[in-house]
Design a protein around this ligand. Structure first.
Ligand code: FAD
Length: 451
């Protein structure tokens, strides 16, 4: 039990706010994007800088409190809020500094991709970010980071230059290729297991501001044909082109299959490169063309509103075989909620040319990463929507490559975490022992500390 004096002392140590259960902002502050989680922390420390984070880590450790670390609050698994304990809420930490000459940016851990892109695109620069602009840079980067620029510029972790971290003992360290290299290896995919990252430094690339993007939308009846085309075309595409397949329901419309693409090379060349995407028969809608990169980065935002119930199952597929395509077509046609869907992301091009052992994120071999996302609006519908995602995923198992992207997990048990880290797990466990021997940071895809 914390007494008032202890809480007041902690409050006085922060530059940011400390929100308690009696505070009228409490319910808003504990809410996550995923409406599945209704947890009641004892305290929420809204950190505005590194000193606040150090103070929060020390306070929680010294008082034996569970901690949850919140970046953008946009994860499926809901680890960024806890019952009882302390939420270290980084969302007020919004500073971004772009160095256009060096083509780098340093951003604090509360930044979301929409904010990051806004600042970097002012200089015609970008790095690989997620497909939904409301996602935090922190959680996404710490898990890996698949996005529209990955084929050309690699994953987000491939573009991480350094990170500032507060470790479980309250120390501030920088991790990079030259400082604390072991920690730098673990941070790039290790999902918040090693400390609270207060800021990230990224490599930027010339992108846009206009790219060729958008989507071409086909009726679900053409799904098998379109996916067979997608299989061949996505693998042979130049690095400048990243293409995902997406099953969804547009407003007031039947279920469709869209090929969503981003071509970040020269526009005149791109028109020719993307033309075949429109050739699989008459589309329901053709929305492919030149557009601002920031608009493309928001293209799927409307489909993932905050507050819905979300549950996900994911995999890496060895290939999109004809049999796997049959499974996609069958389950797309039977989804129990209009809001649910599947996104097939890819790890191709530059993202696939990195060794699996180069950093904690190991998945470089299998090109297709389907994410089955159940979304529904009424708690009474939970069983059937979760059941649909699980059945769909089970049906895909014969085509799975035996890995999963850690950021796509809803069910985060030890088995799935081991699968998410594959051959890198043991090295991560040894690193956990070094940086967090008491498993203080455990509300995450948890790596158990071992020698
Ligand atoms: C609709 C949707 C679309 C997505 N699309 C993509 C995509 O295209 N590509 C992709 O790669 N991923 C994607 N993701 C997955 C996304 O990367 C993760 O959900 C990510 O964890 C979200 O980060 P966040 O900071 O917003 O979330 P949070 O919930 O705040 O954080 C998630 C977890 O990360 C850890 N964490 C967060 N911040 C820190 C920090 N500063 N220091 C230490 N640990 C921290 C904590 O353990 C926390 O529980 C998507 C997710 C959703 C919901």
């Amino acid at each position: 039990m914390l007494n008032d004096t202890t809480i007041e002392k902690f409050k006085a140590s922060l530059r940011g706010e400390l929100i308690q259960r009696s505070d009228e902002r409490y319910d808003e502050a504990r809410k996550l994007w995923n409406g599945m989680f209704d947890r009641r922390p004892a305290l929420i420390a809204r950190c505005v800088g590194t000193a606040d984070v150090m103070s929060a880590v020390n306070f929680a450790r010294d008082n034996g409190l569970q901690v949850a670390v919140r970046g953008g609050g946009h994860s499926f698994a809901g680890h960024s809020v806890c019952d009882g304990g302390l939420v270290i809420d980084l969302s007020p930490m919004k500073a971004i500094r772009v160095d256009p000459a060096a083509r780098t940016a340093r951003a604090e851990a509360g930044v979301k991709w929409i904010e990051f892109d806004h600042e970097t695109q002012a200089f015609g620069l970008a790095t690989t970010g997620g497909t939904v602009s409301d996602t935090g840079i922190a959680g996404l980067t710490l898990g890996g980071g698949l996005g529209w620029l990955s084929n050309k510029h690699g994953l987000t972790v491939d573009n991480l230059i350094s990170a500032d971290v507060v470790t479980a003992d309250g120390r501030f360290v920088t991790a990079s290729a030259t400082e604390n290299q072991d920690l730098f290896w673990g941070l790039r995919g290790g999902s918040g297991n090693f400390g609270v990252v207060t800021s990230f430094e990224y490599r930027l690339h010339a992108v846009g501001p206009t790219i060729l993007g958008g989507m071409v939308v086909y009726p679900l009846g053409k799904a098998k044909e379109v996916l067979r085309f997608y299989r061949g075309f996505s693998k042979a595409a130049p690095d400048e082109l990243t293409i995902y397949a997406l099953v969804f329901n547009p407003p007031d419309s039947d279920t469709v299959l869209a090929l969503v693409c981003c071509y970040c090379g020269p526009l005149d060349k791109g028109e020719e490169v993307i033309r075949p995407l429109k050739s699989v028969g008459p589309p329901v809608q053709d929305m492919l063309g030149p557009m601002p990169y920031v608009a493309h980065q928001r293209i799927t935002d409307a489909g993932f509103p905050a507050g819905s119930y979300y549950y996900t199952k994911a995999d890496f597929l060895v290939d999109l075989t004809d049999e796997a395509i049959e499974v996609f077509a069958e389950y797309a046609a039977t989804k129990p909620s209009l809001q649910s869907g599947v996104l097939v992301q890819t790890v191709c091009g530059a993202a696939s040319r990195v060794a699996s052992s180069a950093m904690a994120f190991p998945h470089r071999r299998f090109p297709y990463a389907p994410v089955i996302v159940s979304q529904w609006l009424d708690a009474l519908d939970s069983d059937k929507n979760i059941g649909w995602a699980r059945d769909f995923w089970r049906a895909l198992q014969s085509f799975a490559g035996g890995g999963v992207y850690v950021n796509d997990l809803s069910d985060v048990d030890e088995d799935r975490v081991r699968i998410a880290y594959g051959a890198n797990y043991e090295r991560l466990a040894a690193l956990k022992k070094k940086y967090d021997p008491d498993n203080f940071f455990r509300l995450n895809p948890n790596i158990k500390p071992t020698m």
